[in-house]
Design a protein around this ligand. Structure first.
Ligand SMILES: [Zn+2]
Ligand SMILES: [Zn+2]
Ligand SMILES: [Zn+2]
Ligand SMILES: [Zn+2]
Ligand SMILES: [Zn+2]
Ligand SMILES: [Zn+2]
Ligand SMILES: [Zn+2]
Ligand SMILES: [Zn+2]
Length: 329
């Protein structure tokens, strides 16, 4: 992944995008200023060409390569890819060019590029993109973060930048990144669990007005006694035993659950009556079992639990709508 990191070895002018060089200009190496070019066929053929020897290139990389390797191109600006006749020409460019020492948004000139960049990092007036050659300037961190994500393919999980959508997708796959926020996970199961945090809270409590992101969260709310309906876990388990039978309840526990017996007394310290018939895992609470099904480590499906029908049964059993309220029967 390292080599794809814009902030690492590729965080250099040649890897920036080419939008800034899209307007064709020629630089007078003696004055360091830009002039619109005299269009001729050779120049029209390319947007990228050497300001010293006037040779055209296919793309930015070609010009970059030429400047780095051709004889007598020592006095080059690696960001703007302009070569000057003399070191003083380059120096003048570095201390005058808007690319290096100006903040356009504040209309302010700085003593050096370092000072200007520091301003961009620190100022709260605007948020300029710090990727070389990128001219984006946002009004706040939000705008900048959207820019980084969409234009520089930044991973929301680790902040790494990528050169292309396909590279950022490969990173997302390799890190089990979240579709929404990019957060990395250890494996597919953990990612599924993380994705639940983005689920809308549209699971309504079977008894009160509370809403939950997941069915397991709602059931835990019932089991833990936080619901104003004040249903007892033992009563709930009785209902579950009569509804599910041996489908999702260990036969060893079924009758004790149905009779409302203290499971610890009959089955020891760690009773696990709920049972996933797909993977044979066992659970103490119905909510933990439902969470297991939601996270999907096995093939068990929430559909098999027929929670909508169970809800009806639950309401008939425990909730009586009267004057918009409810009461235990
Ligand atoms: Zn040249
Ligand atoms: Zn420059
Ligand atoms: Zn500024
Ligand atoms: Zn940018
Ligand atoms: Zn990442
Ligand atoms: Zn996420
Ligand atoms: Zn409730
Ligand atoms: Zn299972």
């Amino acid at each position: 992944m390292e080599s794809d990191n814009l902030l690492g070895s590729r965080f250099s002018p040649q890897s920036g995008n080419n939008r800034d060089t899209a307007s064709v200009q020629i630089f007078d190496p003696n004055t360091g200023s830009a002039q619109p070019i005299q269009q001729n066929s050779a120049r029209r053929a390319s947007k990228f060409w050497c300001s010293l020897c006037c040779k055209p290139f296919k793309d930015r990389n070609g010009l970059q390569n030429h400047i780095e390797n051709a004889f007598g191109h020592r006095n080059s600006c690696k960001l703007c890819l302009i070569t000057f006749y003399s070191s003083s020409g380059l120096k003048r460019h570095l201390s005058n060019s808007s690319k290096h020492v100006w903040c356009k948004t504040c209309n302010r000139r700085f003593s050096s590029q370092a000072a200007r960049d520091k301003h961009w990092e620190k100022t709260s007036r605007h948020r300029h993109c710090m990727i070389p050659n990128c001219e984006f300037d946002g009004i706040d961190n939000y705008e900048l973060s959207v820019h980084l994500k969409t234009i520089h393919f930044q991973c929301g999980g680790c902040g790494e930048l990528f050169l292309s959508l396909s590279k950022s997708r490969a990173h997302k796959t390799a890190t089990f990144g979240c579709e929404f926020c990019g957060v990395h996970s250890l494996n597919a199961k953990n990612r599924k669990q993380h994705m639940l945090t983005h689920a809308p809270t549209n699971i309504a409590c079977w008894a009160c007005d509370g809403t939950y992101r997941t069915a397991s969260g709602m059931i835990l709310h019932l089991e833990s006694g936080f619901c104003p309906c004040l249903i007892d876990t033992m009563e709930l388990n009785k209902l579950l035993a009569s509804w599910f039978g041996v489908s999702f309840i260990d036969p060893d526990y079924l009758f004790d659950l149905y009779d409302g017996k203290d499971l610890k007394k009959a089955h020891g310290e760690n009773p696990r009556p709920f049972f996933c018939c797909e993977c044979k895992e066992r659970f103490l609470l119905f909510s933990t079992f439902v969470q297991h099904v939601e996270c999907g480590p096995c093939e068990q499906s929430l559909k098999n639990l027929a929670l909508d029908e169970l809800k009806e049964l639950f309401r008939n059993e425990f909730v009586k709508d009267e004057d918009g309220g409810f009461q235990l029967l």
